[in-house]
Design a protein around this ligand. Structure first.
Ligand code: AMP
Ligand code: MG
Length: 494
């Protein structure tokens, strides 16, 4: 029987000049099997889960069935990796299958990660192991449920191959959805080659796709830079609100759309440490928790450099303008961070003095080694029960008098608001998650999945969809790791 599968694809990126990509199909994988399909996301995109679950649909998701309206391609980009410029990276293990217009009218990329070699694979095998695919599935979906801009996971598949990493592991593909896959590194690729015309084409494409409201402005390239600066300032503040460490904030891993992308050695912090970094390849802590806003500014400066010739014909004027635009990052970040952290304390409209309240708490958490997520989650209990015992025992020294002093100040601040305690407690519960994908749980899911048992992965994938709800079946996922369970290092696994 002929396939009834129809997906309404568009390929706007594929109509850009030829040197933006290489048109090619993914490699054919021997035995594609569905690990998990994100049905809610299917609905949002107008895809039919019951079709995608059939083998035909699975073969479509894994790039084995290419529909006649698809023009798959691998994108080219460059990037600064740990501060060093690499003139050509590109999709070394990814293929853009095409673009879909969702129910919300927004155009999104459908991309396969782990779908085989491309001309950009360099020394790599073009594959993904099961571990990184499951990790990205869980973490990106958790980010989305927490309301943080991110690429999404539509599906995870087994390829039927074994790939060699630390040993042989099952090969897998992540089917990823993104507002686009255009990175700062995409701009750097053309700028480095002195192809200003191509930078302009790319900038116009990004404006049309992501920022159409600035399309007709005379200074649209300056405004493009400012839009991306604002998106990234907000994004990093949101990350830090949930204790997220991206781990590899290279310029090729930073999008023009403002979505989080490329979840490699990323992690949500357990015990608070402002300088925490988990990534095994980040020996000097370049991408540590506290350094994320600085790195974002550094990356955005690389983007600004690529746009200089479009900003003003005169380089000195262009530099002056770009510097002015970049100067906005810190105030934007600080304002958003204060808003995010204020909300985590139950304060809707934080004022200047609230910054000190927030910083004092973070200092206590640092000294007391308290669990980042639970320190905030348990605030609502204090308001409801008038009992802080549960909260202070999160700290290494619960008798530290500074804890009670801080609580008194916090309660005084809340009393200054007109809201009732119950109202504030409710807001706190809708702000501070109960479940984040904790490193030790993710590791457990991965090791069990490699042995063929996907039950914990599936349960966690379910749990992170409602991060603010306290359901008994997810209680174990809300708990910090025991001493012997703590994950100290995370790996790219590429
Ligand atoms: P990432 O670590 O995912 O940000 O990737 C950095 C660069 O390395 C990108 O150009 C990837 O396409 C490439 N890359 C990562 N892993 C592989 C692999 N297994 N095979 C080919 N290219 C890879
Ligand atoms: Mg990357």
């Amino acid at each position: 029987m002929k396939s009834a599968l129809f997906v309404d694809f568009d390929n706007s990126f594929g109509s850009l000049p030829d040197d933006f990509f290489v048109k090619m199909n993914p490699e054919i994988m021997p035995d594609l099997k569905l690990i998990r399909l994100n049905k809610t996301l299917c609905d949002d995109l107008g895809l039919k889960p019951h079709q995608l679950e059939k083998q035909d649909g699975v073969n479509f998701l894994g790039g084995k069935n290419i529909l006649s309206n698809q023009k798959p391609l691998a994108q080219v980009y460059a990037g600064h990796q740990f501060g060093n410029f690499v003139p050509q990276l590109g999709d070394g293990r990814a293929i853009l299958l095409g673009e879909l217009i969702g129910k919300d009218g927004i155009r999104r990329d459908l991309q396969l990660k782990g779908s085989g070699r491309t001309p950009f694979s360099r020394m790599g095998d073009g594959r993904s192991g099961l571990g990184p695919v499951l990790r990205e599935y869980i973490v990106s979906e958790a980010m989305s449920a927490l309301g943080i801009p991110t690429t999404r996971a539509l599906a995870a598949l087994l390829t039927g191959e074994r790939v060699v990493r630390e040993g042989p592991v099952p090969g897998a593909i992540l089917v990823r959805i993104a507002k686009s896959h255009i990175r700062i590194g995409t701009f750097e690729y053309f700028a480095h080659r002195g192809e200003v015309g191509k930078v302009k084409i790319l900038a116009n494409y990004v404006i049309d796709r992501h920022y159409p409201e600035i399309k007709d402005k005379v200074d649209k390239y300056t405004q493009l830079l400012e839009k991306v600066i604002e998106k990234q300032a907000i994004l990093i503040a949101e990350w830090m609100g949930v204790g997220f460490i991206h781990g590899v904030m290279n310029t090729d891993n930073m999008t023009l759309s403002g979505e989080t992308i490329d979840f490699g050695p990323c992690a949500f912090m357990d015990h608070f440490n402002i300088d925490k970094s988990y990534s095994s390849i980040d020996a000097h802590g370049r991408y540590r928790f506290s350094n994320q806003p600085h790195i974002a500014t550094w990356n955005l400066s690389r983007l600004a450099e690529t746009l200089l010739p479009l900003i003003d014909d005169k380089q000195t004027n262009a530099i002056k303008q770009a510097e002015k635009s970049l100067d906005a990052f810190v105030p934007l970040f600080t304002a958003h961070w204060t808003k995010v952290m204020g909300k985590k304390l139950g304060i809707e409209n934080p004022i200047e003095s609230d910054k000190l309240l927030i910083e004092n708490l973070l200092n206590l958490m640092q000294v007391g080694n308290s669990d980042y997520t639970l320190t905030f989650r348990k605030f609502s209990n204090i308001l409801r029960s008038n009992d802080h015992k549960d909260w202070i025992t999160l700290f290494q020294d619960p008798n530290n008098p500074k804890l009670l002093r801080w609580l008194k100040q916090w309660e005084k601040r809340l009393r200054s608001m007109s809201s009732s305690k119950e109202h504030i407690a409710k807001n706190l519960d809708a702000t501070n998650p109960y479940i984040i994908p904790r490193n030790h749980i993710i590791e457990l899911c991965i090791s069990e999945a490699i042995r063929g048992d996907l039950s914990r992965f599936n349960q966690l994938a379910q749990g992170i969809k409602t991060p603010y709800l306290e359901k008994p079946e997810f209680e174990s996922y809300s708990k910090p790791p025991e001493e012997n369970e703590i994950v100290h290092q995370t790996f790219c696994g590429t």
